[in-house]
Design a protein around this ligand. Structure first.
Ligand code: GLY
Length: 383
């Protein structure tokens, strides 16, 4: 076992889409950054994500302040992607055909009306469609589709392209990415922060002026930090990949399933939401549900090939909102708990966390997502 010691300005724990986006932004602002990842970049939820950038369809279940942050992030996406592509020379697979909500029956139609009403109240553009108009836009839709709602401003990005592009962009702007290395402890000692890093045959003490915890569901698993427990837990998501004829161009959604087309004739059907701890095995039931719901709206998928069933663990806290801000330990910050929104929220998270970590003041855009709300809640629950 070799033992080393090193130092940096910023250490980021976790190379998911959130950790890498923050690293890229901080490095562009002149910081020396090391990102430490226990597996490979994007191993957690990031590369499993379908990559929908669809805040207009989250309005029903998402608090207005979080929708605002999502819209802020969506507006940053084109520039974010251009910068990553320029720095990496790789495509992020950004597509702007728009997102189409489809309804199968009266219940769906009423839900759609409800969503449209909220969108209108918030000034979000959308076009209400009849069944015929919906099928004109996507001719392979089932004849059972009786209505639709088209949001041309809700886009998508291919997370399996975005994460490698981000990792390459980070390296090209000077970020050091240390993979297959676990961070065991983060502690403040004698006015500085020390991290202990372990990889096979190697142990390193890393001293850093600032630390950003972006470890996803592993924040409270095998990682000891000064942060009290905040109840981070995994929400399992299964996603079925189909391959074959290109059946649709838009992202399709309803209340049961989403269908995301990717280049090369791939269709992603997502996603289950399960409380199964750290179980990462696909199940017959999860696959059955996704295929059944997707088949109802797009019967032509019957003849496609199943190329993969992927499983990811979304990091969530009790209110299912992100955790962004400083902690009580000076110099230690957190960007986590993005739940279903890691990909959509990446540009805004990177921008606002970099503002915070370079200026020392909490930006208004992320003020309400601070960690204190969870610590107070956990303490109350413990009595
Ligand atoms: N972002 C969609 C999902 O987590 O299923």
């Amino acid at each position: 076992m070799t033992s080393k010691s090193r130092s940096t300005e910023v250490a980021i724990v976790g190379a998911g889409v959130v950790g890498l986006s923050c690293a890229f932004e901080l490095a562009r602002r002149g910081k020396s950054v090391i990102v430490i990842e226990r597996e490979e970049a994007g191993f957690g939820a990031s590369t499993v994500a379908a990559g929908m950038l669809t805040p207009s369809f989250e309005v029903e279940t998402t608090p207005p302040e979080l929708v605002e942050l999502q819209l802020d992030s969506l507006s940053r996406y084109p520039a974010f992607v251009l910068e990553i592509e320029a720095a990496s020379g790789l495509s992020c697979g950004y597509r702007d055909e728009g997102t189409l909500w489809v309804s199968r029956h009266r219940d769906d139609e009423l839900e759609l009306e409800h969503i449209r009403k909220i969108q209108e109240d918030r000034g979000l553009p959308a076009r209400r469609l009849t069944g015929r108009e919906t099928r004109q836009i996507e001719p392979y839709l089932s004849p059972r589709i009786i209505g639709g709602l088209l949001v041309e401003t809700d886009h998508q990005v291919n997370s399996r392209k975005l994460v490698p592009a981000l990792a390459a962009a980070c390296r090209n702007v000077g970020v050091e990415l240390v993979e297959r290395t676990a961070v065991r402890t983060v502690e403040r000692t004698g006015g500085r922060i020390e991290l202990t890093l372990h990889s096979p045959g190697d142990q390193t003490v890393l001293r850093s002026e600032q630390v950003l915890l972006a470890a996803g569901v592993w924040l409270e698993e095998g990682l000891v930090t000064p942060l009290p427990r905040i109840g981070m837990r995994p929400i399992k998501g299964q996603i079925v990949h189909l391959k074959g004829q290109l059946l649709v161009n838009h992202v399709l959604r309803n209340s049961d399933v989403y269908i995301v087309p990717r280049a090369g004739g791939e269709l992603l059907l997502g996603a289950t939401e399960e409380e199964q701890g750290f179980d990462m095995q696909p199940t017959a039931g999860g696959t059955l549900d996704l295929l059944r719901y997707a088949f109802e709206i797009l019967p032509g998928l019957y003849d496609l090939y199943v190329s993969e069933i992927d499983v990811g663990l979304r990091p969530a806290v009790s209110d299912h909102q992100p955790v962004l801000g400083p902690t009580d330990s000076e110099g230690i910050f957190i960007a986590g708990g993005h739940y279903r929104g890691g990909v959509i929220l990446a540009p805004a998270t990177a921008h606002w966390m970099a503002e915070l970590m370079t200026t020392g003041s909490v930006p208004e855009a992320i003020e309400r997502f601070g960690v204190d709300r969870l610590i107070a809640q956990q303490q109350e629950a413990a009595g």
